[in-house]
Design a protein around this ligand. Structure first.
Ligand SMILES: C[S@@+](CC[C@H](N)C(=O)[O-])C[C@H]1O[C@@H](n2cnc3c(N)ncnc32)[C@H](O)[C@@H]1O
Length: 284
């Protein structure tokens, strides 16, 4: 068991700002325990946690079908599809849908839900940083800020993968967060001691801290979790927040043209107070 003195000196180190995108524990979405709570969060209709609430998703799917002029048989790839909240709705709208996610628990849930509801959806457990599909889709989706936790190299890899996966002139639709979102929702310093909880099944202490990197529009939510046997795990959720100019430039550098820019993916107009930027782009 780790000595308290050893734990304290590790905690002193963890109060220092790490270099941007320094990794923490490798497993989050696919962690066998955490993913139970994440699935609950995806499916909880009352909170916008791992997924947005069902009313917003309904509006978003309707808006996307209309705005992208999608018609029956068009092919859509949803990257980071989670338990299939968008894919199921797109399949019901007659589209040919593929969902990719690297949470075993979400993909299992989504596959079962599709079978029980007679929905023809191709689900795949895969890291989208390793996506190798070529010239296959009319539309690729990346919804709920999933671009933002990636480091710059990963973002370039993902954009290259999406570019390759799209048919000529295919569309890439995504949303990214702004600094307004982080100011509202970024972690504050706080702690919690629990018998059992989100991070661990047994007794543990959670120390939360937010680190701001304002010059780079980067934010870190850091969770240090100490279990009863003294084992310490550090989870780091990084976020690259964007302005319309920054995301438009980054997409342009990787071959995408912004067709329209919004305050979300339901057609809300973008303002300086918007917490999100919704983007409809196409492959040049
Ligand atoms: C914030 S949730 C959004 C889920 C879904 N897009 C929605 O809005 O309902 C992020 C999802 O992306 C998945 N994910 C994160 N990184 C991934 C990666 N590198 N490859 C595949 N899936 C990933 C997670 O497992 C999770 O289901």
């Amino acid at each position: 068991m780790a000595q308290i003195g050893e734990i304290i000196s590790q905690l002193i180190g963890l109060q220092q700002k790490p270099a941007p995108f320094t990794s923490g524990e490798p497993l989050f979405w696919d962690d066998p325990h955490i993913s139970v709570h994440l699935l609950e969060a995806h499916l909880n209709p009352d909170i916008d946690a791992a997924s947005r609430n069902p009313e917003t998703i309904d509006r978003s799917v309707k808006w996307l079908v209309e705005n992208l002029a999608l018609k029956a048989g068009d092919s859509v790839l949803d990257l980071g599809c989670g338990p299939g909240l968008y894919t199921s709705r797109f399949a019901r709208a007659g589209l040919q849908v593929t969902g990719v996610d690297y949470s075993h628990r979400s993909i299992e849930y989504a596959t079962k839900f599709a079978a029980e509801n007679n929905l023809n959806i191709a689900y795949r457990y895969q890291n989208y940083l390793e996506l190798n599909d070529k010239n296959r889709y009319d539309v690729v989706l990346l919804i709920y800020g999933d671009f933002c936790p990636l480091n710059p190299e990963q973002r370039t890899t993902l954009l290259n993968n999406v570019y390759r996966a799209l048919k000529p002139n295919g569309k890439f639709v995504l949303d990214v967060s702004t600094r307004e979102h982080r100011k509202k929702h970024g972690n504050k310093n706080r702690w919690q001691a629990l018998e059992s909880g989100f991070w661990k099944p047994g007794p543990h202490l959670v120390l939360e801290e937010g680190f701001d990197y304002p010059e780079q529009s980067i934010w870190l939510d850091q969770y240090t979790v100490i279990e009863a046997n003294g084992k310490m795990s550090v989870y780091r959720n990084w976020f690259q927040d964007y302005t319309p100019e920054a995301i438009t430039n980054e997409l342009a550098q990787n071959g995408f043209v912004v067709e329209s820019l919004w305050g979300d993916l339901t057609g809300t107009l973008f303002t300086q107070e918007s917490e999100w930027i919704g983007l409809v782009t196409y492959k040049k």
